[in-house]
Design a protein around this ligand. Structure first.
Ligand SMILES: [Zn+2]
Length: 412
């Protein structure tokens, strides 16, 4: 390549990058996860899938040793053999048979980025540890759609180096989105199986979505969520018997033994299941709530609940997840902690300070009476619109309270 050709090529790449960045401004980035159906893999595919993660671990540890001993840029990106340990922890040379060039690059780049980040932290006189060797590598980057991975249809993908298509589950969640663009993906090894996490871009909005009217939500311990429509959603996931069993099993196994390793794997799997379940429930609730044009909620102190009176049930409920997900959305209006959502009477606009935690019904001298949680959920809307939370004079501006009460009375 002559100097001019190289220049032209660089310009072309720069121009493409600019165009992509421009386009991304009108798009939303979402990551979807599909599960690889290992029951449909042939033996060669299974072996390859397993070995990819083993080789990535070997490469990671070898490259880390090199960078610690020498410098971070001299490592050979096209390395074929690496030094490591065998099953009996004796020095051994490993061939990299399965990792493709791009996969190698992303493993090595990953270490470089981390080392640079650590160095920069240290430069600013902060304490920083060092990178540790990995006993397990769990995420392999597949950089380019159509090159390192591709979709055949909603049930099959191809991954660079694999012969034949690979069956997957879960592509339904995004398959019918118009103009969906695939970017990079990550091949994940989780306790309960292998996944592909696909980064996608889709156009913002497009045609106007029809939303349901606004909704207020109150979060609590007993009923997880109460809506201003009077609906109560109770979610409580107990630590499963399986987890307790696995914990007992693990504690009985000798440290460092193979059996303990196996027991730990089982435990990780059980935890993974629980996490999946929680995420799934949280996603469903968030999806339903966001069918409403605006969601009003209060920034309640979940951490305080952990430590205080209530403890465990909260940990096991999905409230934390839910809150985090909701607060990211710009159609969700969050009231400050100080807003008196339990004490304020939306009818006469008085603060009834003597309401206690044990009062399940809110009753005001003006005749207003409502279930405590529904009342709080309604107040989320009333007080947000008033926008004067925390002051003595609170007004429910512009909003007819009876209208809100009517909404509450409607079946949902
Ligand atoms: Zn009142």
């Amino acid at each position: 390549m002559t100097a001019e050709e190289r220049l032209a090529k660089n310009n072309r790449i720069r121009e493409q990058g600019k165009q992509t960045r421009e386009k991304r401004k009108s798009q939303v980035c979402r990551v979807y996860r599909v599960k690889i159906d290992i029951s449909h893999l042939n033996n060669a595919q299974k072996e390859r899938l397993q070995m990819l993660f083993v080789e990535a671990k070997w490469l990671y540890n070898d490259a880390l040793t090199f960078m610690n001993d020498h410098n971070i840029n001299g490592y050979n990106m096209a390395v074929q053999t690496v030094q490591g340990l065998d099953k009996d922890r004796l020095p051994a040379t490993h061939e990299l048979e399965y990792l493709g060039a791009q996969m190698k690059q992303s493993v090595i780049q990953g270490i470089k980025h981390s080392l640079k980040a650590l160095a920069s932290i240290k430069e600013h006189n902060h304490q920083a540890g060092s990178l540790r060797y990995k006993s397990e590598y769990a995420s392999i980057n597949l950089q380019q759609y159509q090159v390192t991975y591709r979709f055949y249809d909603d049930k099959h993908i191809g991954i660079q180096g694999f012969k034949g298509w690979i069956r997957i589950k879960g592509a339904k969640q995004f398959w019918n989105i118009p103009d969906l663009e695939f970017a990079n993906a990550k091949l994940l090894k989780l306790p309960d199986g292998y996944y592909l996490a696909v980064t996608t871009y889709q156009n913002k909005g497009g045609e106007e979505k029809k939303y349901k009217p606004e909704i207020g939500i109150d979060m609590g311990i007993k009923t997880t969520i109460t809506t201003s429509y009077g609906r109560k959603i109770k979610v409580q996931i107990e630590e499963s018997e399986r987890i307790k069993k696995c914990q007992r099993l693990m504690s009985r196994r000798k440290k460092g033994s193979n059996n303990r390793y196996k027991a730990r794997k089982l435990l990780q799997k059980a935890y993974q299941r629980l996490t999946n379940l929680k995420k799934d429930i949280a996603n469903k609730i968030v999806y339903e709530l966001l069918e409403h044009e605006h969601v009003y909620m209060q920034d309640e102190n979940l951490k305080g609940w952990h430590k205080g009176l209530f403890g465990r049930p909260v940990q096991h409920s999905v409230l934390g997840l839910l809150k985090a997900k909701l607060m990211k959305n710009d159609r969700v209006i969050v009231l400050p902690k100080s807003a008196p959502t339990t004490k304020y009477c939306p009818k006469c606009r008085k603060l009834n300070r003597d309401i206690t935690l044990s009062d399940r019904i809110y009753e005001c001298s003006c005749g207003y009476r409502e279930d405590r949680d529904i009342h709080a959920a309604l107040n989320m809307i009333v007080l947000s619109k008033g926008n004067t939370c925390g002051t003595q004079e609170i007004h429910a501006f512009g909003e007819d309270i009876r209208h809100l009460q009517n909404i509450a009375a409607q079946p949902h």
